[in-house]
Write a protein that binds this ligand. Sequence first.
Ligand code: PEP
Ligand code: MN
Length: 374
Amino acid sequence: MIVILDSNVTERTEEYRRTLDYLTGLPGIVAHVHKVQGTQQTLTEIYLIGNTKTLSAEDIRALPGVERVIRVSEEYRILGRHRDEQRASGFEYNGVTFSQDTLQVFAGLCAVDTPAHVEQMMQALRDHGQVCTRMGAYKPRTNPYAFQGHGKDCLPYVFELAGRYDIKVIAMEITHESQVDEIREALAQTGQPTGVMLQIGTRNTQNFELLKAVGRQQEFPVLFKRGFGITLNESLNAAEYLASEGNSQVVFCLRGVKTNMGDPHRNLVDFSHVPVVKRLTRMPVCVDPSHSVGSRERSPEGIFDLMHVTAQGVVAGANMVLVDFHPQPAKALVDGPQAMLFSELGWFLDDVALARECYEKRLALAKSQPAPSR
Ligand code: PEP
Ligand code: MN
């Protein structure tokens, strides 16, 4: 059960103390206080854990300072929506808003290779009014002899260049918790020129110790990839590990699932799950067309499969797009075959804007319909 307090009730108020005293005194119930940093305000939610079936929601609703009481299932306790459409979703980070209503594009290098390519990427992004990017420094590779990423050595120039070109948020995968410290140190060393969203890759979706460590810090938000060989439910439960340790600033990313049924695409595209994740949880939802499709193949009319699936995700209400670009895909050290060219960035963004416009029109149409009876 979740008890949501009025937004003006803080630790210092009398209502807070009286309600918390009452709840912590309930036999067999443990109360955890959780602060939810929304885009507008910070809310206090009290999670009651134990046998809550016998508790009366009406009695608790009547306690001082209580706004709402929600009965939740065991699953995705913090990140879940629990059929409550009023629960706030999203967060703001370094001046950029991430929610189930917004859309951000993170075009960038799958793997950082040279400072020149990083600079060209950032410049292209700024020229197109973009403030977010992706930059891989730590790459989890199938083959131990393949390029593993430049690691912490590239961080200073990546962050400095991001600052120079007004990039506010960089999605960057980490494969070990020690890399969070390396990122923090490099940001401090370069004067905090940008922000970082820590990316948990599909190979680490169920690396629970990594998730707990990343969840314990609240400085960086998290881009969490669904596992490529597990169910959606298992991936959502894994994301909850981040929130259960204290970090609920999580964006959930669909990136395709592994099966030969998706051939000739690299993975079977799963963007039909965009509305499902929005219904089940409060997380903003990202789509990654690059790792889903895995190639630069085009349909006969000339549109890349990458762009078709991006549009499918955006038309379905996706809140973020993570996409690989590279100036010379043939020379990229990681995932070249799926990279779009810098010269295609404008076309890609225009296509995303068209799909978003379509989603907004669909939303208006849905809102004009009579309310569905449940
Ligand atoms: C990536 O985004 O570079 C990546 C490795 O993705 P995934 O974890 O989805 O394979
Ligand atoms: Mn990649």
